[in-house]
Write a protein that binds this ligand. Structure first.
Ligand SMILES: Nc1ncnc2c1ncn2[C@@H]1O[C@H](COP(=O)(O)OP(=O)(O)OP(=O)(O)O)[C@@H](O)[C@H]1O
Length: 286
């Protein structure tokens, strides 16, 4: 099977169970949003996939091969990380050369070309970079590595709006050229909503849901209009939140869309993915 299979993975830190018997699959050739609140267990799982830490129980298989300390898997998966794992005194251009030695699939020309697009000065040392440019350097490496599975952990941390857009553009371009698996762990749900095909949502160390964005969009909808009309419509509905602006109101509703009453001044639209997740991961929520 061409996939990253997470099988019954449990990871504990003293009295915290960061991952609790987690099982799911990242299939080959899809773009995933890997979502969850702070402390949900995302980085722990990414670190297990990347072989930086080990699971207490269960295993991760990459194309049917155990990921644990396996050089064949090393050439298949790359995890860009939030943590600084780089020799901070080395010039970026030399980092590129080192990466090319460690990974056969590193396209060093692409790395320099991506760096140029971001105006990343490869003569600089890692420690001389601003926080945003440190992220840009890490994602440049991830974009230039032609591995079949690439994991981005908070890729746009510290990036300004222009650089975030450039990253998403390059990511989609990369996906068009080479249909690999792209996994994006992020809190910026709305930003990635148009890019990702499937969502894996974890909460308190457990998988809460795995669905396509299309399916998710069908689990709820928005109604907007004059406050009184919206309130009447919502009486027998499962409302997960409201936004108000003057006399206008917007209600977020879970459930199948119904036809609006005739001559209604109400408008129906897609649910906002972020609202949906906030509700789904609320303590004591659904
Ligand atoms: N080295 C560690 N020692 C002790 N506890 C840890 C360690 N690493 C993670 N944890 C705990 O494990 C749980 C999961 O943390 P993890 O970093 O995987 O979450 P996350 O989903 O990546 O969060 P965030 O979005 O805030 O980065 C948290 O309760 C965290 O405090």
């Amino acid at each position: 099977m061409n996939a990253i299979q997470i099988k019954n993975v449990t990871k504990r830190y003293q009295d915290v169970t960061a991952l609790d018997n987690v099982s799911f699959t990242f299939e080959h050739g899809k773009i995933y949003g890997f979502l969850g609140r702070n402390g949900a267990g995302k980085s722990t799982l990414i670190n297990i996939i990347a072989n930086r830490i080990f699971a207490d129980e269960g295993e991760v298989l990459v194309d049917n091969l155990p990921a644990k300390e396996n050089m064949e898997v090393h050439e298949k998966v790359f995890c860009m990380s939030e943590a600084d794992l780089y020799d901070t005194g080395l010039k970026l251009k030399n980092h590129f050369k080192w990466t090319a030695r460690f990974y056969d699939s590193f396209d060093i020309e692409k790395a320099f070309s991506v760096a140029k697009k971001f105006n990343l000065d490869t003569e600089k040392k890692y420690k001389e970079l601003s926080k945003g440019y440190q992220s840009i350097f890490k994602l440049t490496i991830a974009l230039a590595l032609n591995v079949p599975y690439v994991v981005f952990d908070e890729p746009v941390l510290g990036l300004d709006a222009n650089h975030r857009e450039l990253f998403y553009e390059l990511l989609l371009q990369d996906y068009e050229d080479n249909q690999r698996t792209i996994i994006i762990a992020t809190h910026l749900i709305e930003e990635v909503a148009n890019i990702i095909e499937e969502v894996v949502l974890i909460n308190e160390g457990k998988v809460l849901l795995q669905e396509t964005v299309e399916e998710l969009m069908n689990t709820g909808y928005c109604i907007s209009g004059l406050s009184e009309e919206v309130d009447i419509y919502c009486k027998d509905k499962k409302v997960i939140g409201y936004d108000e602006l003057g006399s206008l109101k917007l209600a977020y509703i879970l459930g199948e869309r119904e036809r609006l009453p005739k001559n209604s001044g109400l408008q129906i639209s897609n649910i906002n993915l972020q609202k949906l997740f906030v509700k789904l991961t609320e303590k004591g929520g659904n």
